[in-house]
Design a protein around this ligand. Sequence first.
Ligand code: BGC
Length: 506
Amino acid sequence: MHVTRSSNSPELWWRDAVVYEVYVRSFADSDGDGEGDLAGIRSKLPYLRDLGVDALWLTPFYRSPLADGGYDVADYRDVDPRFGTLSDLDALVAATHAHGMRLLVDIVPNHTSDQHPWFQEALAGIHRDRYLFRKEPNDWRSNFGGSAWTQLPDGEWYLHLYAPEQPDLNWRNPQVREEFEDILRFWLDRGVDGFRIDVAAGLFKDPEYGNIGTLRPHEDGSPIYGRPEVHGVYRDWRRILDSYDGDRMAIGEVWTESPADFARFLRPDELHQAFTFALQLAPWSAPEFRSVVDKVLAAVRPTGSVPTWVLSSHDVVRHRTRYGSAARAHAALLFMLALPGSAYLYQGEELGLPEVLDLPEAALQDPIFARTGGLSRGRDGCRVPLPWSGSAPPYGFTAPGAEPWLPMPSDWGPLTAEAQTDDPVSTLSFYQRALRLRRALRDGLPESLEWLESPADALFFRRGPLLCALNCGSEPVRLPPHQRVLLGSTGQPGRELPGGAAVWLA
Ligand code: BGC
């Protein structure tokens, strides 16, 4: 019988891992159809290994009509033909492991695609109790805009917290629970190292369907998120993960406002990690960053888990654009990588990609654009395919002459991976240096930090032998006493750290 370690064991790989999010559709295309695929990812594993990440998280690659980029799953046990086959997935798992990395996959339990056989049956009036059908809608809103309810021709309404093509499942139905346990086993048996759980706090809704009124959706007492019943599901999932060897893990996408609510997901018999989005939401400001870090550390500490940090993802404006410059983006990376816990990177940030703000409306695919009547342009600007080589679109992402699924800017030639490789001052080289150094230091670092006194616009903190300084202001600040500069976001600073820069000191 396999013996699992308590999730407090400091040697567990995920406690300080750097995980790289692969948005599969936009990473690398091996077959020239303009969309990335699993074989494309496999061909880039040496690049990811050289970058220095510990694990990959793949966004959904399952059979899907892609009404929400694959977060609308029609078959949870198969690969969409656009992205490859199950054998491609098996080959990717094996090759990722052979390159010394782990592989996490995305699991989407809150809703299926409207093309899923269960929903097709529900439409025909069979087993509607696998979904959330009602005679009357309430005031709940879809996260993509508009009502969360759609009426069928026979008069009944079904709930969808996202697009109408993503009907919400009824987690009070034991069949739904059994189905997902089986799906977890299906992928664990194929060798994946764990899961990123989509909309992890949302599976159970208030059975009374009370109106939300003026409550915010993620507030305590919300009828939609963080209801107590959800924790039983993750206890069951934890037992499944623990029954496999190899320290499999799960990280939940948990949006909650209260730290206590958040911490409940991290109890030792529940999820290994949960995403905290506070850093991603904070503006470029030293006091804001410090307050976010303190709140997250305080929420996570009693659970025995570790914090997770994210600057960019497939759901938000890229941090280079949010912060307004490449220099600040580099500084933020050093700050994040020095914090205790694990860090999640998003593909393309290592190339310094900006958000693409001028995609033509006709090209936009995110359902948010249509559901908000064009008020929000949606998330396509951070999902533009990666530029690998050459000086013109599609920059080696897909076959020459093929159309990438989103248009690529004409001025990305200097940003390609090829152009940045072996250039000592490129963003890619900077990421490689930072990740290499973090790896070299990490065994000696405590899972806590100590703030040091600093000027108001700056933050200085210490973790054992490592000292990190970040200057969010525009004037230079005097660095704290140190023996040596390990790595700077803008060259080697002297006794002063310029504005919009960060440094690691020994
Ligand atoms: C994913 C989004 C997706 C939504 C619905 C999320 O939180 O990250 O990309 O649109 O879940 O599945």
